[in-house]
Ligand binder design. Structure first.
Ligand code: PHE
Length: 379
């Protein structure tokens, strides 16, 4: 083969590649990862979170995207557990080149992800992880790249304790908790502290592990202690087991919990009479909430829970911060985020120095098989 022939062939190859590329230009997208527990113990958390975030992204894309680019969502199943969440975070950062993460839901998964985000300079916003350590380093300083769209558990625990004492007239409480779950352990501590500070007495505290399914030994102690309320700040899967077994044992003291109760799969018959603190109520009459409920219903055919709502808020916050920064450089976006003021469905969001929004909580009651709005508590 002559040199000249080879030369012509190579020119042709280069030309065809260039033309091919021109004929089908690959549109530039801005990638956003959504880390959500789609499988594992609490799949309704994942589905709601994914759906809420995707709806926000769809709305932005319909309006032209952000920085002139369409937004591409990369959804990963992080299972509400540390290891799968870390693997998912590494995958989206190292393989997909993602610079923005929405997630995780569960504090015990968001905390290890936040360490990676901070180290790699990737902006992370958790919609719903309420443990303070999500945004705080061990030395108490703030992780510069990590934010959340929800209030934190010292506030949530205080709201629960005040409600028990002031509204339910409780003088004594029994706490049941999973020591191995950062969220549960933290919230139980925050409740205990607030309850005793307000003059209440903790008459029993028992722990279990996430593998446990038989709570009869613990519930026997509850029955004996006869507390005015039982604090059970776990996720709906555990709440379903414990409240059903408590009903069988004839325990009538009301159960009280936190946002982890929020699920379409909460066993309302078993949890009947219980109360929990949450981020939002679909019965909120503010126009922004009712519009959101309508839009979500039109898209998915169901009423959005707090997880869907906060994921929608978190995605909007992130995209607005990118827009405000005028660049997708995460170092700039994190600064824009720290200074943002955003009218979210779950309330107006501005961040304090720890990257926590200052927001109200709602109290909901499981009553007549429905979830009823009781009251809103401002910080
Ligand atoms: N706050 C919980 C956590 O930090 C997660 C959660 C939020 C669950 C809202 C349900 C509803 O682990």
């Amino acid at each position: 083969m002559s040199k000249r022939f080879l030369f012509i062939i190579s020119i042709l190859i280069v030309l065809s590649l260039t033309l091919g590329a021109c004929a089908q230009p690959k549109p530039q997208t801005l990638k956003v990862a959504i880390l959500a527990p789609l499988s594992g113990a609490v799949p309704t958390f994942g589905v709601s979170t994914r759906d809420g975030a995707l709806l926000a992204i769809k709305e932005w894309n319909a309006k032209g995207g952000v920085l002139g680019k369409q937004i591409e969502a990369i959804v990963e199943d992080s299972q509400c557990e540390a290891d799968p969440a870390v693997n998912a975070a590494n995958k989206v950062i190292n393989q997909d080149g993602v610079k923005f993460i929405i997630g995780e839901v569960c504090s015990k998964a968001s905390i290890p992800v936040s360490e990676i985000a901070e180290e790699k300079g990737v902006v992370q916003i958790s919609p719903t992880s309420t443990n303070p350590n999500v945004t705080l380093k061990a030395d108490g300083s703030t992780k510069q790249y990590v934010f959340r769209a929800c209030f934190i558990d010292p506030f949530q625990g205080l709201v629960g304790a005040s409600f028990a004492i002031n509204e339910l007239g409780a003088k004594t409480a029994f706490i049941i908790l999973d020591q191995g779950n950062d969220y549960v352990r933290g919230l139980a501590e925050n409740f205990e502290q607030a309850f005793t500070q307000k003059g209440g007495q903790i008459v029993g505290k028992e722990t279990y592990t996430s593998q446990d399914t038989d709570f009869s030994a613990i519930l026997a102690k509850v029955a004996e202690a006869k507390p005015d309320v039982v604090y059970l700040p776990d996720y709906y899967n555990i709440v379903n087991l414990v409240t059903a077994q408590a009903k069988e044992k004839g325990i009538t003291a009301p159960f009280l919990g936190g946002d982890g109760w929020d699920s379409a799969e909460l066993d309302r018959a078993a949890a009947e009479g219980g109360y929990y603190t949450n981020h939002y109520s679909d019965q909120d009459t503010r126009a922004i909430v009712q519009q959101w409920v309508k839009n979500y219903q039109a898209e998915y055919g169901s009423v959005p829970d707090a997880l869907a709502t906060l994921a929608y808020d978190a995605a909007n916050l992130l995209l607005a911060a990118i827009q405000n920064a005028g660049t997708d450089d995460p170092a700039k976006v994190k600064d824009a985020m720290a200074n943002i003021k955003w009218e979210a469905v779950s309330g107006t969001i501005t961040f304090d120095q720890y990257h926590n929004p200052i927001k109200s909580a709602v109290i909901l009651q499981v009553k007549d098989g429905q979830i009823q709005y009781v009251t809103t508590v401002a910080p």
